[in-house]
Every structure is written in C-alpha cells, then in structure tokens.
Design a protein around this ligand. Sequence first.
Ligand SMILES: Cc1cc2nc3c(=O)[nH]c(=O)nc-3n(C[C@H](O)[C@H](O)[C@H](O)COP(=O)(O)OP(=O)(O)OC[C@H]3O[C@@H](n4cnc5c(N)ncnc54)[C@H](O)[C@@H]3O)c2cc1C
Length: 390
Amino acid sequence: MAETVGCDVVVIGAGIAGSSAAFHLASQGVKTVLVEREHPASGPTGKSSAVCHYFYTVPELSRLARRGIQILKDIPRSCGGPVVFHSNGVLWAAGENNADEFARAIARIRDEEGGGIAALAPVDIARMAPGFDLAGIVLAAWEDEQGYADPYDAANALTKGARDRGAVYLGNRTVTRFAIAGGRFTGVELSDGTKVAADRAVVAAGPWTKSLLRPLGIDLPLHVERHAMAVLNAPGVATTVLPFSWVDDIRSHYARPEGANTILIGTWAGGGTGIRNPDAAEKPKRVAVVGDYDAGVSTAESVWIVEQMAPRVPAVADLGIRPGYACMYDMSPDDLPIIDRVPGVEGIAFAAGSSGHGFKLGPAVGEEVARLATTGPSALIAPFSLARFA
Ligand SMILES: Cc1cc2nc3c(=O)[nH]c(=O)nc-3n(C[C@H](O)[C@H](O)[C@H](O)COP(=O)(O)OP(=O)(O)OC[C@H]3O[C@@H](n4cnc5c(N)ncnc54)[C@H](O)[C@@H]3O)c2cc1C
C-alpha cells in the first residue's frame, strides 16, 4: 500500500536552493520533507562552476550573494560538513562600455553593503595577472575573499544538515502531482506512489519548475539554455596560469582553477551579471524540451571556448583539453530569479529562473523562499516577484 508522510512544508528539489530551504526550515523546527527526483545536486547545481562573488549591478542580488556566500562559508560549523568554499579571489574585468556602471556598483558594495570589494586600475591588474594581455580593460572589480565552492559538497551538506535537524529526505522520487482542495495546497504525490500531506510547498525544481507548476494554471515566463564548459588539463600549473577566479566582461568568458591540475572555462551570451553584452561571441542555445540537450562537449566546441580566452591568457592555448560537459541554465526574460507564490492557490512558494548565476545566490534564495512559504516575503526579494512580467 502507498505510504503517506505528513509534514508542515514539502520542499521539491535538492539543488542548492531547495537543500538550503529544507535546511533553514528544519533549523526553525518546521516539520519538513525534501523530495528529490535523483540525488542532491543532480541537476544544474552539480554542474555549476560555482564562482561566487558579491559584484552585481542590482543591489538585491549583491545582498543575496553576500548572504548566500556566508551560508556556504559557514557550512562546516552549521552542518558539520566539509569546507565547501575556496577563497582564491574573483577578478572581474570591464571595458570602456561598462566601466562607469562597474565603478558605481563597486562603490555601492564597498561603501553601503559591507565592503569586500575594490576597484583596480590596469596597473594594479597587471601586477596581479602576469601573463594576461590587458587589451581593452579599463577597470576591474576585485574580491579577495570570494572564489568558488564545491556545489556537490554544498547541496549534500545542507541536505544532511536538514536531516540532522529532523527533516525527512525522499531521494530518487519525483513529485508528479499537487493535491489541491478548496483552492489550498494539501500535499503532493510522488512517482513511487508515496503521498506527502503538507500545509505548504516550496518548489525549487530549477528548469523543471515551469512544467511542474503548469497544471496549477501558471505559465512561468521561463526558458532553458544549454551552457557548455571546457575543461583544461593543467598539471601543476592551474593556479600559476590562473591564480584567481576570472570573469572577462569584454571577451565574455569566465574561468577558474579546479584544484592544482585543471582549469574550467565557460563563455556567456549576456545575462547573469545584470549587464548584457550584445557583442558577446557566444549566442544563447535554447533547449526546447527540458533535459533534451547534448550534455557532452565536442573537441571543436572546447577549442572554440578556449579561443575566447586565449587572446587574454595566451598560456591556456598550450594546455591539453579534457572532455568538457554541458548543462542547463533556467532563464527568465530579465536574467533575474523569480521568487514568489503561485497565484490562485494558497500555500505554494517557488524560486526558479536563476538564469545561469544562481549558485552563489541559491543558499540565500532557499532561505528566502522558505521564509516566503512560512511567514511572508522580505524586502530582499521584492524585485524578483512574478508581477514584474505582468
Ligand atoms: C555549467 C554551469 C555553470 C554555472 N556556473 C555558475 C557559477 O559560476 N556561479 C553561479 O552562481 N551559478 C552558476 N551556474 C548556475 C547555477 O548552477 C544555478 O543557477 C543553480 O545551481 C540553480 O540551483 P537550483 O537549486 O535553483 O536548481 P537545480 O540545480 O536545477 O535543482 C533543482 C532540483 O530539482 C530536482 N527536481 C526537478 N523536478 C523535480 C520533481 N518533480 N520532483 C523532485 N525533484 C525535482 C532536480 O533533480 C534538481 O536536483 C552555472 C550553471 C551551469 C549549468
């Protein structure tokens, strides 16, 4: 006979946002069930480059990033988990077009939001980045205490932290249906027949969110894009070639060392930063059916990605190419997340549309969407309501 599990809040999806939502709910004594179709970080979270920075032109994104990074750095203490955060610094270069906007954002974060960021002139960048060709760079944002995280460790540690606080984790099971009675959410059904009775739901199902919520009469303005990563073989030299996490707003690529022997490189077509770059060489690659995309990366595609970075850092052209990989960005029309309640149904909050930059925001987005589901919205998520697309 099908099992029935009861709780206050069911969280759907154990990516970085859902695992954090479950952790924060359970930490507050809320009876929580976390359902995941595969395992924690099995979606885009696990493929994330997980570069983490405060720099954003939208103040609320900077604040979510700051809180998200704090949660990540605190995981060893809060969850008894591993160190998931690596502070190798983030250097983010801007050209003539965007330098003023960069300078304003850096000043705002430095003077009004707690600091941790500095503006560097080309002469300072040259000292920090020997071997880089600085052509076109006018200014850079430098965050010496930020860097990147291990996304698997992070989502798994937060899931474990939730379980240690009493949450029930149901992995390898998919939410197939919402139960609604009299306009109110009452629970979900899972692929193995399990029923979860709950007062409220937090949906953090990434690219799957749109189709999951559609039967409730909501058509979220989200689409999916494929994002590919080149992986370079850099035995013993990864942190010499690339001593920090690097974002190039002029040549539209980013990169970071992965340990001592590997460098990851991605390109982007705009979005993510709050600044769109219409001249980006990369063009969006739409995925029509969620999950139906090429998760591998051909040699030709890897070479193309490396070629976007090589004029800036010529040493990368001499490194070997390992198999790359690709995954999905769940995109909103303005590249900002959507964090809201499902209209017309009482009791369901959701966070989706992280638009390719949601890893460092995820821990805070999870905390905020959990708050939205239980007590109500905070001012921090006001810019991310669904109503902005009305
Ligand atoms: C290659 C790549 C590089 C990236 N690099 C960066 C970066 O450097 N910095 C950054 O900040 N961001 C980056 N991102 C973006 C970031 O990874 C995502 O924004 C973030 O991980 C989204 O997390 P999430 O928890 O919202 O969703 P997801 O990771 O998509 O998690 C959703 C989870 O829900 C589960 N699920 C779906 N449907 C159901 C269902 N019906 N029932 C149960 N479970 C379900 C899925 O299995 C999945 O585990 C990158 C993304 C990619 C793909």
